[in-house]
Design a protein around this ligand. Structure first.
Ligand SMILES: [Zn+2]
Length: 471
């Protein structure tokens, strides 16, 4: 099948040449065949998509999410909870998630990503635990059906450390074991899942990464085993990492070293690793991440929602650290819109890092676009996505710039799109040559039914958790 995107106002390739004003893209099967200026050549029988007034971009690559959380968003009573209170209240809900809830949540978060221009997503799925034999196929099937390209960070909760863990032991009793996965089972299941699902071939729709939810300071052997499997198989490594003062203290106390050394001993300091948040990196960590190729997933809205420190994005980039954007799970973002995350990420770091007149410290719209596309692809170890170039995967998103929100903002169309835009719905999204959003509507599923099913699952989950609560 040939698909032609024609009459585009502008095409940003994230490659060379960077910008084509007035042009077309021809897609042949799963790959881009041609990109050009002016009118598209006539191709008999092609599926022609009119992009008049539109900006055409490489599909965005979301490097951090928790799809399962779409059944626990904007939870009543937690709208202003800090991260400890938020976690303490969410774990009992997540412990009740059943396979059908996961399907609903995965479909819903995939729908939001497709509609907001994302074509590839990492999903850090720490409810899979040691029973991933049942849940991982459910997640992968739902993502495939929606058409999204997936990097499944097949995760687990080997332990819940610190004050939150102690609180949950008291409040959840035995039910905490629905969340925590014994180390042996996790490793066995991870090996089996990598063997079964990780596709290293070019154009792959599913790849795997491994890692616990949080860097597990009291589980050095487990961390090392994840590192070993990644080194053997080429899959990625992913976890949450800040590290906050309490985590530094725990690491010193139990392992006699700093967190960065702990990661190094476990074989985690390499380009196969990307870590979420990194809100409290010190200068040594920033320099080391830059030198060793470790990536950072910056999730701006979660920073605001949970009151984290704003990470030092400019300092990281100056040190050569790879930084890209993640929407994070819907329990800490509430929304799952990639384009809105990108717009916020362009601005948020400015509240922490001064921009002296003589220095270009703050991100430009083009910096942010590259972080969300080309750089994110490199972070996930891919050179077949993240740019618009003949021969690469046809992962493309198209947004309409003709509305009032863009009036007066289009002398620099990309700047206008990211700085003036408020609308978050792509006109067209194409993944691996498949049109998954057309005229602002998902083609692979019924959006309203997905939302309804997710709301139903969310309400039932809250009831089950209430019934299971102790006391
Ligand atoms: Zn997260």
């Amino acid at each position: 099948m040939i698909v032609v995107l024609e009459n585009a106002r502008c095409i940003y390739t994230c490659d060379t040449p960077g910008l084509i004003e007035g042009g077309y893209v021809i897609i042949d099967g799963a790959r881009i065949r041609e990109i050009g200026h002016g009118d598209a050549p006539h191709i008999e029988g092609a599926d022609k998509i009119d992009c008049t007034g539109c900006i055409v971009l490489p599909g965005f690559i979301n490097v951090h999410h928790h799809f399962f959380q779409s059944v626990t968003r904007a939870v009543p009573g937690l709208h202003r909870a800090d991260s400890a209170a938020w976690l303490s209240a969410h774990y009992p809900l997540w412990a009740e998630i059943e396979p059908d809830d996961l399907t609903a949540a995965v479909r819903n978060s995939s729908a939001e990503l497709l509609l907001s221009g994302a074509t590839t997503s990492a999903d850090h799925s720490f409810v899979l635990g040691g029973v991933g034999a049942e849940l991982a196929p459910i997640e992968i099937a739902a993502v495939r059906e929606m058409g999204l390209r997936l990097h499944l960070a097949r995760s687990c909760l080997p332990v819940i450390e610190g004050a939150v863990g102690a609180h949950l032991q008291r409040t959840m009793g035995e039910r905490i074991n629905r969340l925590i996965a014994p180390e042996d089972e996790v490793i066995e299941q991870c090996r089996a899942d990598v063997e079964r699902w990780h596709d290293a071939s070019p154009g792959a729709m599913v790849r795997l990464a491994l890692g616990p939810s949080n860097v597990a300071y009291t589980k050095p052997a487990l961390m090392k085993q994840f590192g070993d499997i990644a080194a053997e198989t080429g899959c990625g490594l992913h976890a949450h990492y800040h590290p906050r003062e309490a985590e530094r203290a725990l690491c010193r106390q139990t392992q006699g070293c700093e967190p960065i050394e702990f990661l190094d001993r476990a074989g985690w300091l390499g380009p196969q690793t990307w870590l979420a948040h990194c809100t409290e990196l010190d200068d040594t960590e920033i320099a080391t991440f830059g030198a060793r190729g470790v990536g950072v997933a910056h999730c701006p809205r979660t920073v605001l929602r949970l009151g984290y420190q704003i990470p030092r994005i400019a300092a990281m980039r100056a040190a050569g650290v790879r930084v890209s954007f993640g929407v994070d799970g819907a329990a800490s973002n509430d929304g799952g819109s990639f384009i809105n995350e990108l717009r916020l990420g362009l601005l948020l770091h400015r509240a922490r890092e001064r921009n002296p007149v003589s220095e270009d410290v703050w991100l430009t719209p083009h910096d942010a676009l590259l972080m969300a596309t080309r750089d994110a692809a490199a972070m996930l170890g891919r050179d077949d996505i993240g740019r618009l170039k003949p021969g690469l995967c046809a992962d493309i998103t198209v947004f309409d710039l003709s509305g009032a929100e863009f009036g007066g903002a289009l002398n620099d169309p990309l700047g206008g799109f990211l700085m003036a835009g408020v609308g978050a719905r792509a006109n067209t999204t194409i993944i691996n040559g498949r049109v998954v959003v057309r005229n602002g509507q998902i083609t692979t599923a019924n959006e309203l039914k997905i939302a309804e099913a997710t709301s139903r699952a969310s309400a039932a989950l809250a009831e089950r958790a209430k019934a299971a609560a102790i006391g």
